[in-house]
Design a protein around this ligand. Sequence first.
Ligand code: ZN
Length: 281
Amino acid sequence: MPFSLPSRRALLGVVGASVVAGLTACTPAEGAESTTTALPPSAAVGSPEAPAATAATVTPTPTPTLAATKRIRRSFIPDYQLPPIVGGLAPVITKIPTKHPIVFLTIDDGNIKTPESVKLMAEYDYPASLFLTRNTIADNPAFFNAFKAQGSLVENHTVTHNINMVRQWGYQQQLDDIVGMQEYAVQQYGRKPTLFRPPGGAYSNAMRQAVAAAGLKAVVTWEAKANAGKMDYQVGNSLRPGDIVLMHFRAEFAADLAAFRAAQLAAGLEVVLLEDFLGVA
Ligand SMILES: [Zn+2]
């Protein structure tokens, strides 16, 4: 294999440069040989069987009908633990520090309810945390059952969506507005929400206290937004593992979801349900 040496050197240039630099007694050829003998043989020996076995366990069996082609979602063993409630204050999370290639989608409010949004979420097979507001969904709460059926969960975004609640209201009034949505969610969807998103994003210790008192586990803000058909990042210009993304049930749902999808695929991330990863589903 006379042509293999350049490629081995090229490989060393990327992978083993620092290692070889330390091996001053070795010639480059020896260094290359000792490095590459471990790589191609193992790849050559392992390739006929190992990838086939992996493919068999990971790839869902192709099926002819559209209804049966729902792919199997990958699951990830959590490498992050939600902080506990300390001193009566619910923890606040903006992103999840994780090494897994995952991203979390959250969709808020519930104003615009279109069949198209149901269809798109099903087509992309995205599970999402739905932070819904009682007064916004009360005209048609059943609309959100379609997302639920597909693995999304309804969470708490208050009764009235007062974006100034932190400044205008004391503890008790905040608590009432949060508890009202807890009760409504149980009544409509049969599950008590575990996560809370503040209307407008502003929170305070009084709010964190009310969130904990209402039986919720965390205040969830966000790291990136899909908004007006494009992505807005608080940090950098792409999605990163563990990002929590905010979207809304708005007229531009399709454009926002398309922006999110493009960013998610470009970053090579899998959409995972936040509640599953936090163990609060
Ligand atoms: Zn909102």
